[in-house]
Design a protein around this ligand. Structure first.
Ligand code: PEP
Ligand code: MN
Length: 341
């Protein structure tokens, strides 16, 4: 349930209503909106009687929430959440791009890639230090050494860095080195990891589980928000289907569907969806046209020598060309939108 307050209710007024809600044994979560504050009621077992709160001083209306998720839902918060990281804003209508290799392999490798993706216009750098590999015999990542290389990338280029955390055990370590925490597809329903991410001060990119429905994905985001972290970015990275022509199937329709259900920004990772670079490129264009709130694209300076995901990594020159074309696509759409008004 959502208790919507009158415009201009003071902080004291908000706290007075919070106390009344909490006296009844519920959790009250104030949610600042554009011009008025609402208070979400959480941890209720069964339905809440609106009559308890209607008619209180400062209460404009009481809206029942019909969705199983609350904090992530548009019913709770009408305005888009904007997540600001460095020069990037996810959720304000722009499309910041996160680029870099699948895995951190050496300092020279990450610095070389970071310099070229920055020049091409990427606003964040990515690279895995702990890699979730299907085979235990595949390269597992450089671990803490990789995190140190990522810090050096930040110092040298100014780009904020994103990396995946695979388990609660390594969370403190990863959090100390990087700007943004990524939770991978294989961990979307690792509830203890989600809760730990919810207690982090770092923004979190939550990738969609490869067989997760939108509702399950949003529930996973709810775990993070419920612990107090509202800087959550959803990332569609392709789902498992019956096809063999691509690694996964990029579910483009989930972007408008997620935007309808949730105020959280949603970005697209065409690299893991496609698995091969000649499919990554058109999917990146499609995602730009679709209005994704950002993209994550794998780029490698020597893809043929990459220790993971070489086939889907773009060459730096290809990435530069893709960035130019994506900007052109975005500006055509912005102009068309302007002309329609
Ligand atoms: C990655 O970003 O390198 C990665 C492993 O992604 P996903 O969890 O989507 O497979
Ligand atoms: Mn990868």
């Amino acid at each position: 349930m959502l208790v919507v307050l009158e415009k201009g209710t003071t902080e004291e007024g908000v706290q007075a209503i919070v106390r009344i809600i909490e006296k009844r044994g519920y959790t009250a979560r104030p949610i600042p909106g554009g011009d008025r504050v609402s208070i979400g009621i959480l941890h209720n077992k069964g339905s809440v009687d609106a009559a308890h709160f209607l008619g209180l001083d400062g209460v404009k209306e009481v809206i029942p929430v019909t969705k199983p998720y609350k904090l992530v839902s548009r019913e709770f918060q009408r305005e888009n959440t904007q997540v600001k990281i460095g020069d990037a804003v996810f959720g304000d209508g722009t499309m910041p791009v996160i680029a870099g290799p699948c895995a951190v392999e050496s300092l020279e490798q990450v610095l070389s890639i970071a310099r070229s993706v920055k020049k091409a216009g990427a606003l964040l750098f990515r690279g895995g230090a702990f890699k979730p590999r299907t085979s235990p015999y595949s390269f597992q990542g450089l671990g803490e050494q990789g995190l140190k290389f990522l810090s050096t990338v930040r110092e040298e280029t100014g780009l904020p860095v994103v990396t995946e955390v695979m388990d609660v055990e390594n969370f403190d370590l990863v959090e100390a080195y990087v700007d943004v925490i990524q939770i991978g597809t294989r961990n979307m329903q690792n509830f203890s990891l989600l809760r730990r991410a919810g207690r982090s001060k770092r923004p979190v990119i939550l990738k969609r589980g490869m067989s997760a429905m939108l509702q399950e994905w949003l529930m996973a985001a709810e775990y993070i928000m419920e612990e107090g972290n509202s800087n959550v970015i959803l990332c569609e990275r392709g789902i498992r289907t019956f096809v063999r022509h691509s690694r996964n199937t990029l579910d483009l329709s989930v972007v408008p569907a997620a935007k309808k259900e949730s105020h959280l920004p949603i970005i697209v990772d065409p690299s893991h969806a496609a698995g091969v670079r000649d499919q990554v490129i058109p999917l990146a264009y499609a995602s730009a046209a679709l209005g994704a709130d950002g993209q994550m694209i794998e780029v490698h300076n020597k893809p043929e020598e990459a220790l993971s995901d070489g086939a889907q990594s773009l060459y730096p020159d290809q990435f530069t060309a893709v960035m130019k074309k994506m900007n052109a696509i975005r500006s055509i759409i912005a102009t068309a939108n302007g002309n329609n008004e």
